[in-house]
Ligand binder design. Structure first.
Ligand code: UDP
Ligand code: MG
Length: 316
């Protein structure tokens, strides 16, 4: 069997402590990957610590296997993944976090599933969320429930971005050049036979998570807008429902006035209704605005990331 290349795409944002630990952990399982060379592609996503210095050093020490890309600013993990996939040259490509929450020990099994059982992709999901604030787990669970109801694309609860893909699938992912990238949705959208491996949640080895509950909440709203147009339909549904209710009450008022000659009192209820309808209108307008905003950004066709430095072209 000839040698095949496995590329590991690793986004890093303020991870100076985790990177060496990650590298050591992967090197430890290296012998379990038969007939495989590893290419590391670290993507420095505008870190404010010494991540870039660490990467430069490592690329110098291991010029054959370690490559890095460094952005001009923080573009977000999704952009980092895209850049990494674009530069990966392997026959197989895995994307994984650098904080060792994605256990490298799974790699041999993942590779085996793709090579010998002809899957196109092996994903991973954690079966528990120990070490995470309960509120975060609850919100995440609800997000997957809602998302699966309102989108045609399937989302696996607890699925991580950690996955191994064939070259063919990587090219499919790269063909989706949208600026608003929600990787979980994109990986699912492109299709292909995917097998999910399960593992117990791990806490990160060093550094801290760059996600707060609030940023995750905003992220999930973006994901919904990126992969579902149900909210748009919801706007018309709410409008229609309130219109029907209004007609019903109109009829009631007319009948009541004709039959009972009712001297109408109660402007407070009127004000309440006006406020409620006004609020609904603004809410629906907001939904439309959100989609319009996304469309606006897409039509600008801005690049997904901007490189400042790579292992080939070092800034002096
Ligand atoms: N990350 C990134 N850019 C960002 C935020 C995070 O490249 O703007 C990377 C980070 O270095 C890590 C991975 O994405 O390798 C996952 O981030 P984190 O561990 O903070 O997320 P969590 O595991 O808490 O969901
Ligand atoms: Mg993490």
């Amino acid at each position: 069997m000839e040698m095949e290349k496995l590329s590991l795409v690793v986004p890093c944002y303020n991870e100076e402590q985790s990177i060496p630990l990650f590298f050591a952990a992967v090197e430890k399982i290296r012998t379990a990957l038969t007939n495989t060379t590893i290419e590391y592609i670290f993507v420095n996503d505008g870190s404010r610590d010494h991540t870039l210095t660490v990467l430069r050093e490592m690329a110098k020490d291991y010029p054959d296997s370690i490559r890095y890309l460094s952005f001009s600013r923080n573009f977000g993990k999704e952009a980092a993944l895209y850049a990494g996939l674009e530069h990966a040259t392997g026959d197989y490509v895995a994307v994984m976090d650098v904080d060792l929450q994605d256990p490298p020990e799974l790699l041999p099994q993942m590779l085996h599933l793709i090579r010998d059982e002809s899957y196109d992709c092996v994903g991973t999901r954690r079966i528990n969320r120990t070490g995470e604030p309960p509120i975060r787990s609850f919100l995440a669970k609800e997000f997957y429930r809602v998302m699966n109801r309102i989108s045609d694309v399937k989302f696996v609860d607890g699925a991580r971005d950690y996955r191994l893909m064939t070259r063919q699938m990587v090219d499919a992912v790269l063909s989706m050049t949208e600026v608003n990238r929600f990787s979980k949705g994109i990986f699912s959208w492109v299709g292909f036979d995917t097998k999910y491996l399960e593992f117990e949640n791990k806490e990160r080895v060093a550094g801290k998570s760059s996600w707060s509950v609030w940023s995750l909440f905003k992220y999930s709203l973006d994901a919904i807008v990126d992969f579902s147009d149900i909210p748009l339909a919801l706007a018309s549904f709410v409008g229609l429902a309130s219109f029907i209710i209004a007609v019903f009450f109109m009829i009631v008022i007319v009948i009541r006035t004709v039959l009972f000659d009712d001297p109408t009192a109660g402007w407070p209820s009127l004000v309440t209704i006006i406020l409620a309808i006004g609020g609904l209108q603004l809410f629906c307008l907001g939904i439309v605005g959100k989609y319009l905003g996304k469309t606006y950004l897409e039509t600008k066709k801005r690049p997904i990331y901007i490189l400042k430095e790579t292992d080939k072209k070092q800034k002096k």
